[in-house]
Write a protein that binds this ligand. Structure first.
Ligand code: HAM
Length: 423
């Protein structure tokens, strides 16, 4: 029996390390520059946590959760997203007693039983930020700006911000009524999936993938026409800041997208997504928004919040892999010219590693085969350990990538060895 990775899952191999590290580094460094701190929550939680926050009639909770009853009889789910877990941790650990807002970021695998396709997996990674404890539009801007800086640093082309406001809970209820009134006129034209949406989650009609529903949605009422004056002011102030960003940095583009509603129940006011030029799910690089009611729903004090999560696979796929230089993962392969010198080579290798020189001792083979090994693993250098060298307290360094010249260096002069290997 040949085992295969489960559908919608994949292996991250050593050759992928450089690009994955580059993305993670850009995310972490940018978040830290804005004063965000790392948080990590468990991969599984009480299923109810997601039912209450993401929403019982959302696709995620209805169809996509990996849920099971554990041996103690509790219903557990692998996390489909991390906002709920972060808010649970925020309350449970009393972070609301610290100075607010709490600025938090996370990185790790999420699980959704979705139909796999390009950019859509069943186990995928998210980097996310959550700013908890500030209701101003300035924090909406802050998280949108963080996302922009990350995507810009990574030089991903064709990025656009889509933004909308759903207003507050009461606004949303009024709006949903209007939306239903509108779609009622077309109910017989709607495909089956959308008739179901009409009943269960009418907002989702706006991001239907069905051609006929897309056409009908064109003239549907807009959320912005039904939100309260406070929500409207919040939205307009935010748009002004985005205009300013666009005037300072013309590569930043945004569009108010009336159909953007997002597929999770906890949002109020601002919702946003960054998209790339790619088609289908791959094109939605990250999504987020404000979720002021959520902490209270989970039993905490009323605490407004805003954040986003970015799909790491989608970012990695956008990057031109050839542009990321494939750094050699090894600095030196010790070539053992005389087998009697294996012991002393071990000492040299240890000495190198203590000095952060990445070192491998070549396998016990002919010198030619040892050299082939060093070349095949893309080492920066081959270092010959022979009787002559040891007697004179020297080593011979042969560069394998650039000049291919060979030089002798004093064996104890670690600084010089490091310098020639560019460490
Ligand atoms: P989401 O839109 O469900 O939002 O996911 C955020 C991002 O995760 C998506 O834009 C996409 O890049 C990536 N993603 C989602 N599902 C998949 C998948 N099956 N395969 C690959 N990538 C995927 C949330 O998760 C919210 N928690 C975001 C948030 C944070 N809102 C406020 N704070």
């Amino acid at each position: 029996m040949n085992y295969k990775a489960q559908r919608g899952t994949y292996d991250i191999l050593p050759k992928d390390e450089v690009i994955w590290n580059k993305v993670q580094k850009s995310c972490f460094e940018t978040a830290k520059l804005y004063g965000y701190q790392f948080i990590e929550t468990p991969l599984f939680e009480d299923s109810k946590l997601f039912e209450r926050t993401v929403g019982e009639s959302t696709d995620i909770v209805e169809k996509e959760m990996y849920s099971f009853t554990d041996k103690g009889g509790d219903s557990i789910s692998l996390r489909p997203e991390n906002t709920a877990g972060v808010c649970r941790a925020f309350i449970e650990n009393g972070l609301h007693n610290n100075t607010l807002p709490a600025r938090l970021f996370y990185y790790g695998p999420m699980f959704r039983y979705e139909r796999p396709q390009s950019g859509r997996y069943r186990q995928f990674h998210q980097f996310g930020v959550e700013c908890i404890g500030d209701s101003t539009f300035e924090t909406d801007y802050e998280v949108i700006d963080i996302a922009w800086k990350i995507l810009k640093n990574l030089d991903i082309k064709g990025i656009k911000l889509n933004i909308n406001s759903l207003g507050d809970k009461e606004d949303r209820e009024i709006y949903i009524g209007k939306l239903k009134d509108y779609f009622k006129n077309y109910i017989n034209d709607l495909p089956k999936v959308d008739k179901l949406r009409f009943e269960r989650s009418p907002l989702r009609l706006l991001d239907s993938k069905e051609e006929i529903t897309i056409k009908i949605s064109e003239d549907a009422p807009k959320t912005l026409d039904y939100i309260s004056s406070e929500s409207k002011e919040h939205h307009e102030n935010l748009i002004q800041k985005l205009e300013k960003l666009n005037s300072m940095d013309s590569s930043f583009n945004y569009e108010v997208n009336h159909k953007l509603v997002r597929g999770l129940d906890y949002y109020n006011r601002t919702v946003f997504e960054y998209t790339s030029n790619s088609l289908g799910p791959q094109g939605v690089i990250l999504g987020g928004g404000r979720y002021d009611p959520l902490i209270k729903i989970l039993g905490g004090p009323e605490t407004p919040a805003v954040g986003f999560a970015m799909g790491i696979e989608r970012v990695v796929n956008e990057l031109n892999k050839n542009e990321v230089e494939n750094n050699s993962h090894i600095d030196a392969v010790l070539i053992i010219v005389d087998e009697d010198l294996r012991m002393i080579s071990q000492e040299i290798a240890n000495d190198f590693r203590e000095n952060k020189i990445k070192t491998i001792i070549a396998p016990k083979k002919s010198i030619k085969a040892q050299m082939r090994f060093a070349n095949n693993i893309n080492s920066k250098s081959a270092i010959f350990i022979g009787k002559n060298e040891i007697e004179n307290n020297k080593i011979s360094v042969k560069f394998l990538q650039s000049s291919r010249e060979q030089i002798e260096i004093d064996r104890n002069n670690i600084e010089e060895i490091k310098a020639v290997l560019n460490n």
